[in-house]
Design a protein around this ligand. Structure first.
Ligand code: ARG
Length: 592
């Protein structure tokens, strides 16, 4: 007996094939299978209704015909799935206990889930642009979300079969380098002597440089000149710039290790400096870009807020009036490079919500430009997020109103988690408590960030994110650790095959087994919308279903087949939770 890993996708393709052979259905028929309200079944196909309406047919009749053909095809074994007609012409699918139980037996390891989920992205070439920070600035709380959301989405895409390139598009070519170089030269600073806190010093040098420019505006010309020199390849300025980029890299790499951020390539804005000329040429040649007050701009008149008849027309400015490239031209050159050189079919960009207009203009420009040039157009998605707020509902800051340094936030998470662990488990030795605190502390910060819908703001609260109750990392990590302790007690390896189990029977077993299968739906939802909170919600619900099961049905019973099947359910819960946590970038623990 073979069951489907992803029933909704499998039913969709089976029904499509069957309808193609069934009278009354044309090639444009789409079954439209989705998870159903559990009152009615596991899945529902909604496609017949609209199809019948469009073709002036009787929907119930058509639905019944499809059901009959499906059963006759032998692809829907009656002991595994029941089909029934519902309402005005829906088809309901109810999986039997035998199906749900067989699913637990067939798919038991992370690798099984991975190979089942692979078809979701199916080898698609995806470039994810993250965390893409600007150089020469210390990481602060604003860098948390690109790292956390970015790595979760990257792991999910990879798990679901994307051929993924993580491209760290650092901002290493901004106008700030003029000011920075001016200040460095003025003070005669040797960057190689800065030592461990070099980035902190650079951060300060830039602030001091800007302040100086405000006091003595004539310095602005010097800064601007330093920038022009750099852009023209002056060797002194290039050497300084390279040191600055290196200092940033070293500092960020340290954070990446702590945060679990992985990148495959780092092609910063500077990489595209000799590639923007082609953009100006092509966009002008096809009549998309035009000069305006000395700048080169692209108008998108069809979008009201960008249109020229608006009071304040707002074009996509792709070359400054002084001839310099900018964020837009660089991003256009980047799209082209990703399509031509990296063969990207899909590009996912991660930034905060304030850059929505930029990406809307970038996508529109690319679409028109690529169509005109007949370049293959990639799918482009902007994954954006809201602000992290303090308890006063204002952007989260230190008491004195400064931005919170990311390193300080991580250190505080570790130390607070250490206190919590020590209080719960004073008998563990210190090294182990520190290890546990590492996973809980960093995991809790990540989970708090991932579990709320990313497009909304959320309130940062230490008490809440470190709580062992509710939709938090400690709650989920603790569930895994508890299951591990059950297996230690019975002396069974949770990864080993457990033989001699009888099929599930009780209500709590069925509910849990169904919920375990829901992992597939949760993955699909999460990766389609690129919203990790769907996976978080699922893991939380799974943990609750597991608790209900554990409270209702004893695992350590004398009846060996019953005990074996309940142990299997424990083992599966553990695997799904561990897999899900790892996808979110959270390290599961053996014990806590
Ligand atoms: N460096 C930019 C920032 O810090 C984010 C870059 C995002 N990626 C891109 N291709 N525009 O705001």
């Amino acid at each position: 007996m073979k069951v489907w890993f992803n029933p909704s996708k499998a039913i969709e393709s089976e029904l499509t094939a069957i309808a193609a052979q069934t009278e009354g259905f044309g090639p444009d028929f789409v079954p439209g299978v989705r998870p159903a309200d559990p009152k009615f079944g596991d899945y529902q196909a909604n496609g017949v209704l609209g199809y019948a309406k469009r073709n002036q047919a009787n929907p119930r009749e058509l639905a019944q015909r499809l059901i009959d053909a499906a059963i006759a095809s032998g692809r829907f074994a009656p002991d595994l799935v029941t089909l029934s007609i519902a309402g005005p012409g829906f088809i309901n699918f109810k999986l039997s206990n035998a199906f749900i139980w067989q699913w637990q037996l067939d798919f038991s390891k992370t690798e099984d889930y991975r190979s089942g989920a692979k078809e979701l992205k199916n080898g698609r070439k995806v470039v994810i642009d993250y965390p893409s920070a600007n150089t020469a600035k210390q990481a602060h709380i604003g860098h948390l979300r690109p790292m956390v959301i970015g790595q979760a989405i990257a792991r999910l895409l990879d798990f679901c079969g994307a051929d993924l390139t993580r491209d760290n598009h650092i901002g290493d070519w901004g106008t700030n380098f003029g000011t920075l170089i001016m200040k460095i030269k003025r003070d005669g600073i040797d960057l190689s002597q800065l030592g461990d806190d070099a980035l902190v010093t650079l951060d300060q040098l830039y602030k001091d440089g800007s302040a100086l420019e405000t006091e003595q505006p004539e310095l602005r010309d010097i800064s601007r000149n330093e920038l022009v020199l750099l852009q023209n390849g002056d060797s002194d300025n290039t050497a300084i710039w390279e040191q600055i980029v290196e200092i940033s890299k070293v500092a960020f790499d340290k954070l990446f290790v702590q945060m679990g951020v992985e990148v495959d390539i780092t092609l910063g804005e500077s990489f595209y400096r000799d590639k923007v000329e082609r953009i100006y040429q092509e966009l002008t040649e096809i009549g998309l870009a035009e000069e305006s007050d000395g700048a080169l701009v692209v108008w998108h008149d069809e979008v009201k807020k960008f249109a020229r008849d608006n009071e304040r027309p707002y074009p996509f400015n792709i070359r400054k009036s002084d001839g310099a490239s900018n964020y837009a031209s660089t991003d256009l050159a980047t799209v082209l490079y990703r399509v031509e050189e990296l063969k990207a079919e899909e590009i996912v960009y991660l930034t905060d919500a304030r850059q929505q207009d930029h990406f809307q203009q970038l996508f529109l420009t690319t679409e028109k430009w690529f169509k005109s040039k007949r370049y293959p157009l990639p799918e482009m998605n902007h994954v954006f997020w809201g602000t992290i707020l303090g308890s006063d509902k204002k952007p989260f800051k230190t008491k004195s109103g400064e931005s919170i340094k990311l390193q300080e936030l991580l250190d505080e998470a570790r130390s607070r988690a250490f206190d919590v662990v020590t209080e719960k488990n004073p008998e563990l030795d210190e090294t182990e408590r520190r290890n546990i605190a590492e996973s809980i502390g960093i995991g809790a910060i990540k989970y708090a960030d991932l579990s709320s819908n990313r497009t909304q703001d959320y309130i940062f609260s230490w008490d809440r994110l470190l709580s062992f109750d509710g939709n938090t990392a400690p709650y989920l990590l603790y569930a895994v650790a508890r299951i591990n302790s059950i297996f230690r007690k019975v002396g069974v390896d949770p990864e080993a095959t457990i033989e001699g189990a009888s099929p599930i029977e009780t209500e709590a077993e069925q509910v849990l087994a169904r919920k375990l299968m829901g992992f597939v739906t949760a993955l699909e939802l999460t990766v389609n919308d690129l919203r990790p909170h769907f996976l978080c919600t699922y893991l939380y619900e799974l943990t609750s279903a597991y608790s209900s099961f554990y409270n209702a049905d004893k695992v350590m019973v004398d009846d060996a087949p019953v005990k074996a099947r309940r142990l299997i359910l424990c083992a599966r819960t553990r695997t799904v939770l561990k897999t899900g946590l790892e996808l979110l970038g959270i390290q599961p623990l053996e014990r806590m």
